[in-house]
Design a protein around this ligand. Structure first.
Ligand SMILES: *Cc1c(COP(=O)(O)O)cnc(C)c1O
Length: 366
């Protein structure tokens, strides 16, 4: 017998979201961002579902993440979103990855590591100020790359800092980027793939879609910000599921769990569920209004989330050991959303899904 707790990933929802977003982005193509184990959803199955649904390209943050995809037999183009350490240049060539570059040192390392033509994408910083070359440095880098017979400048790109909330700054970044592309054109450098948009910009700024969009959160069925594009039929792909392991009746005023922080408001049945903060159910959720679903109804957490288990106040509702508990996702017509967790926890849906931990096995449903 195994622990009755897992994460269910709906690959049909992933495929649906990819098709939906690719349709919105067209004629720009969609690059499916599967970094961080596909935002906690499982990188290989999600990548396969996204490619199957028509995404022509994948992106990850790390060389290690890209190698995982290659070792699983995925041969689609894989873009690295950041420069790895220079010592990784040989791995980049060996595994046929598409590196992002923004320093002269890494461009040189790639040039030395490759014996065949290597596609590269140059990233410019237009206001995010995380990574990327300044516009001035980028012009020098382009000259170096263009002069190198084996380096093929396939793409130039930038990344938005506030696409979900500030149109003025986002348009300013886009204009800076377009200006840079125009400067290259004037000196005879035509770069075939220009890209800038994440999910939010893909949805909100048609002019930012350019040749390619880099979509992450949307393919998982989450909105970049709560309430954005409310009519869009995105389908959340992740459900965190467990089953009641114990049931006990307690009088009003009982204070279950560590710290005895919360008194039961009335006589109540308390159900124990074997999922805890070691699985990515944040400890703070107990204190800040987290709910779960049992038999299609919402019930509040009864006290602090512990490492491996949590208690639920089900009031006078009938509940039995073995009943399905949904901590995140839908059950019947009720749904606990990542945005609801995010609101309780003062974070964003991205962090909620990414932190659902590896101790919970992933089960994939087609
Ligand atoms: C993670 C990431 C994305 C995807 O962003 P979403 O908001 O999840 O769509 C796109 N571009 C870069 C550079 C990223 O790091």
């Amino acid at each position: 017998m195994v622990r009755p707790s897992w994460v269910e990933i709906d690959l049909g929802a992933i495929a649906h979201n990819v098709r939906l977003l690719a349709g919105i982005a067209a004629p720009a193509r969609l690059c499916a961002v599967v970094k961080a184990d596909a935002y906690g959803h499982g990188d290989v199955p999600v990548a396969e579902a996204a490619l199957e649904a028509g995404a022509p390209m994948l992106a990850v943050a790390l060389v290690e993440e890209a190698i995982r995809l290659r070792e699983a037999g995925i041969d689609a183009p894989v873009l690295l979103l950041s420069e790895p350490p220079e010592q990784s240049a040989e791995e980049v060539v060996k595994w046929d990855l598409i590196p992002t570059v923004y320093t002269a040192g890494f461009v040189r390392a790639l040039s030395e590591a490759t014996q065949r033509p290597l596609r590269i994408h140059l990233k410019v910083d237009t206001g995010m100020h995380r990574v990327g070359a300044t516009i001035a440095d980028a012009k020098d880098l382009v000259a170096t790359i263009v002069a190198d017979k084996l380096l093929d400048l396939e793409g130039v790109w930038t990344h938005f800092a506030v696409a979900e909330e500030d149109g003025v700054f986002t348009r300013h970044q886009l204009e800076t980027f377009n200006g840079f592309v125009e400067t290259l054109r004037r000196v005879g450098v035509e770069v075939p793939v220009r890209h800038a948009a994440n999910t939010a910009a893909t949805l909100l700024y048609p002019e930012a879609r350019l040749d390619l969009v880099r979509v992450g959160i949307g393919i998982y069925g989450q909105r970049p910000a709560p309430g954005m594009v409310p009519d869009l039929d995105l389908r959340p792909a992740m459900r965190v599921v467990s089953h009641v392991s114990m049931v006990r009746r307690h009088p009003a005023g009982t204070r279950p769990s560590y710290g005895r922080r919360k008194a039961l408001p009335g006589d109540a049945t308390v159900a124990t569920v074997p999922v805890g903060y070691a699985d990515g159910l944040p400890r703070a959720l107990g204190a800040h209004g987290g709910d779960v679903l049992i038999r299609g109804r919402r019930h509040p957490l009864a006290g602090t989330v512990t490492m491996d288990q949590v208690m639920v106040d089900v009031g006078d509702d009938p509940v039995e050991v073995g009943d399905e508990v949904v901590l995140l996702g839908s059950q019947g017509i009720e749904e606990v959303t990542a945005d609801q967790w995010a609101e309780h926890l003062d974070t964003i849906s991205y962090e909620v899904v990414c932190q659902i931990g590896p101790r919970l096995p992933r089960r994939y449903v087609p």
